[in-house]
Write a protein that binds this ligand. Sequence first.
Ligand code: FE2
Ligand code: FE2
Length: 280
Amino acid sequence: MHVLKDVKVRHSPWFEYLQQVLELEDFGSDLILGALNFTPDFALHVLALANSPTFSANTPIERLDRAVFLLGRKTIRDLSREVDKIPLEETDGFSPISWNDFVLESVAVATGASLIARAAQIPLVEESRTAGLIHDLGFDLLSRYDSVGLRQAWDAAEETGTRLVDHERLFCGTDHCSVAEELFAAAGLPDSLTVVGGLHHDPLVAPADHIYLTILTYAGECLAQRAGLQNCNSGKPALEDRIFEELRLDENTTSSFVPLLLSELEKLGLSPRCTSLAKV
Ligand SMILES: [Fe+2]
Ligand SMILES: [Fe+2]
């Protein structure tokens, strides 16, 4: 089986729940998919396996729902048994943000991006949900490669109110976008998702083929911030106006998404609050 050695899966309550769901024969893929939406690290393994030559037959699998359908419960269950796991408490010292908050931000961006795709009538609703869920996994990996550098970058970004990604380059010699790009390419993910990993903070320079998925991820991030998933001190993302203009969404429409996103998150059992997530 195709296992990404670099990506250890957090043994979080969400992952435990997913494993329980995977053991149940009578449940369908909706329940598996619902549980997978809270385990971005394991979702990456699922996408990698779905895109491996054994399963994909060279058709890029860009959506988690298709990956689940393609692999089926038993294969995903076996994968969940096989991946390297780490206890949750072992991981939290590494990163400036907790795994819990990391997942919350990822779910919010995924939900926000798919809401916007639907409203803008871009047929990438599920693709953008998947892209949003995994877009910041490079940050998680970077926090394990170079926790000291990342912490310094984080503090410098806080102090100056500027983009974390620029400080990462300075203190870590790379940034979480480059790490994600490399990771997604190594995992055999389709180019569209690899581009999102690499360019989600600079979506306007994405190649034409994949620009909409990258823009949607950025828009999901903007929406998540508007909904309160942000550092109290940080301003709105620099490209927000351009991105919403590109999607032909006016301010009224965009503002109306915030309560929608909040209610979607509430349905998922997540309650947003002011955190320091906006940087990643
Ligand atoms: Fe990011
Ligand atoms: Fe992010």
